[in-house]
Design a protein around this ligand. Structure first.
Ligand code: SF4
Length: 354
């Protein structure tokens, strides 16, 4: 799909296109100022004449997503269900999550509708894969959250602005390399969201050549869905490991260009009797480079039909303590949005199959 979209166009492209459509190019900056605030609805762009809006509608896709529903968790987390607005295709749905904290507001974005990679414990992986998102569809998720925060600000002390982005929603971002790399450029562009690479985190299951290219192109913060440091076990838990095993991953992570005082985060979902034993701990201690990496232990969020159980809290805490005693930074992730199924590995669109 190669159409111009307001959500992914830059100033130069829009100026150039507007000239070619016989429209005043100086309007491009005004239009993108609205867009950058999260406003894609042309009717809300008060300083733009109707004649320009009508002409734009003929030439450019204005809104790639349609909001289907929004849920708010008691902890302030918001989960959005969007339908992709594509012509001649059955409706595909994706989810986006906003996680407000006191000092930051993080948008967790999806990069694919479903996921091809089939990690057996993951809720998203059980959903039928329905395709890659375009850069416009990725950016439109961020814009939609910004728009929602304008209309419905956060209560209390929670952050009401988008300050951080994590590619941790539905899909494996590096399996959609071209569009994801373009979206990274847009997030960091001076004339778009102007976010520093330190505020963006991409989470991958470990596609080694793509991680290397990410390091060369847009070295944002990296998170790896590790889940075990035992090769044979990882072949089952994270099947991409069969293609890019732990030794290849190790080499690639050793040279990933980190921003100053940043670490690679190793995500480790704690599964009872699967990856929470002494042998798992020993392998993890062996694998980690404590100078450059830290571990984020994640409580498993069970979902109906899952074959896995989460480790008990005491097991998780002891695992964390043992890692720390070996000089490895380890944290237990606080789960956000549990009550609306917005926590890690829980994103699966309720509308699947429609
Ligand atoms: S854990 Fe990530 S890569 Fe694996 S199936 Fe789920 S979304 Fe895909």
């Amino acid at each position: 799909m190669n159409i111009l979209s307001l959500a992914s166009i830059n100033l130069e492209q829009l100026q150039h296109s507007m000239k070619s459509w016989g429209l005043p190019a100086f309007r491009a900056k005004q239009i993108l100022d609205w867009r950058n605030k999260g406003i894609l609805d042309l009717s809300a762009m008060k300083n733009i004449p109707n004649s320009v809006k009508d002409a734009l509608l003929e030439h450019i896709q204005v809104q790639p997503l349609k909001l289907v529903s929004k849920q708010k968790s008691t902890d302030g987390t918001r989960k959005y269900l969007f339908a992709l607005q594509r012509d001649n295709q059955s409706l595909k749905h994706i989810e986006t999550v906003f996680i407000p904290e006191e000092s930051r507001g993080t948008v967790c974005i999806s990069s694919q509708a479903g996921c091809v990679l089939d990690c057996p414990f993951c809720h998203t992986g059980t959903q039928k894969f329905e395709g890659n998102l375009t850069a416009a569809e990725i950016m439109a998720q961020v814009l939609a959250v910004k728009y929602d925060l304008l209309q419905d600000p956060m209560k209390h002390d929670l952050h009401h602005k988008v300050t951080h982005i994590v590619y941790m929603g539905m899909g494996e971002p590096l399996a959609n390399e071209v569009e994801v790399f373009q979206s990274l450029e847009l997030l960091m562009a001076n004339d778009y969201l102007n976010l520093s690479r330190r505020r963006i985190t991409l989470s991958t299951s470990g596609l080694v050549p793509q991680i290397e290219r990410l390091g060369q192109d847009s070295p944002v913060n990296l998170a790896i869905s590790l889940h075990t440091a035992i090769n044979e076990k990882r072949n089952t838990l994270v099947p991409i490991n069969i293609k890019h095993d732990l030794s290849r991953l190790r080499q690639c992570l050793n040279t990933y260009p980190l921003a100053k005082s940043r670490h690679i985060t190793m995500e480790y979902v704690m599964l009872a009797g699967v990856n929470d034993r002494q042998e798992d701990l020993d392998a993890l201690v062996q694998f980690i480079n404590p100078e450059r990496e830290r571990i984020n232990l994640i409580r498993f969020n069970s979902y109906p039909g899952s074959d896995y159980q989460g480790s008990a809290t005491s097991v998780i805490n002891n695992f964390a303590k043992s890692l720390i005693s070996k000089g490895i930074r380890a944290t237990v992730r606080r789960s956000r949005g549990d009550d609306i199924m917005a926590a890690c590995g829980q994103l699966k669109t309720a509308k699947q199959g429609l």
